[in-house]
Write a protein that binds this ligand. Sequence first.
Ligand code: ATP
Length: 361
Amino acid sequence: MKTSGVEFRGLRRVFGSTVALDGLDLAVEPGELMALLGPSGCGKTTALRCVAGFEHPDAGAVLIDGKDITRLPANRRDAGMVFQSYSLFPNLNARDNVAFGLRVRKVPAARRHARAAELLELVGLPEHGGRYPHELSGGQQQRVALARALALEPRVLLLDEPLSALDAKVRVTLREEIRRLQLDLGITTIFVTHDQEEALSIADRVAVLRAGRLEQVGPPAEVYDRPATPFVAEFVGAMNHIPGRLSGDEVTVLGGFLPVDGPIPQGPEVDVLVRPEAVVVTPLAVPGASAAERSPSAAGDRALVVASSFRGSSARLRIRLGDLELLADVPGHDAVRLAPGTPVTVDLVHRPVLVAPSTRP
Ligand code: ATP
């Protein structure tokens, strides 16, 4: 399959008083899966529709393969799109849905049926060609939509929240399959989502959008571990802000020293940014001691678990430490011994931390 890069150059789109895209600059490499991630209304769908040709920017350009396609009609752009709502033709069976674009292009019946069968096989539905959309599950309909988007061998695949209408389990399975298919075909793909876990797990790179602009772009681990701005830090996962004190390239935080990663702001008072999984929580109670036997002085002004939400493989704890509230993720099997009310000590995993200017008065 041919594949091409996509470039957004200073893309701007305004609807009345709403600025949907405010000078978006972003380059998607050939063969790459780029996730566009951001809160509702940040312009993700508008950006995607500008590539498809369903939306026209007020300023800026979209390039495919280095060619400016901003003024090209949708049907000459070589882009296949899958929408959030399944959007199959209800009166056509799966095979005819997949072959629809080929029919429009007057491909002879035998060839288009063969191609539709091949594509249905590719998306794991070889036996379902005769079924109508209402006879397919949501996940199956999205597979058919994917096959339909691939039928014309597009250079670019555009996926607009393709999984958000599906239930959790199907969502994970299908996202893994989309990724596998995308890697097999090597097709440049832009995947719009507001779900950070989905973006981090499927993409080569994640572009975080905010108010119609690019806030940060990078591989998932980089965006997660080294967010460029507080907005990215919060959007791609929970983040603790713990007061610390800079000395050189180290910071004192929760009574220990940690090396500082990334830019060092004016000190000495700073916020240390720590993900919940880097907070180490240890119960203060003596093993086997009942709550009544725990020494109140041992708990003293130490930390206390105030809430816990069990998530199966992990649990997220809310911990009060003086005026501070921290989030900590612990293994699910520790949730019982770290139940709300448990006095604990809190440490941080020893690794470089990000620091930001202090937000405290
Ligand atoms: P969501 O995740 O909710 O789909 P999004 O990030 O995809 O959000 P867009 O759909 O691109 O955001 O919309 C960006 C902004 O532009 C929103 O404020 C939206 O209401 C507005 N907008 C988009 N399309 C139109 C339109 N056709 N007419 C008027 N306003 C629009």
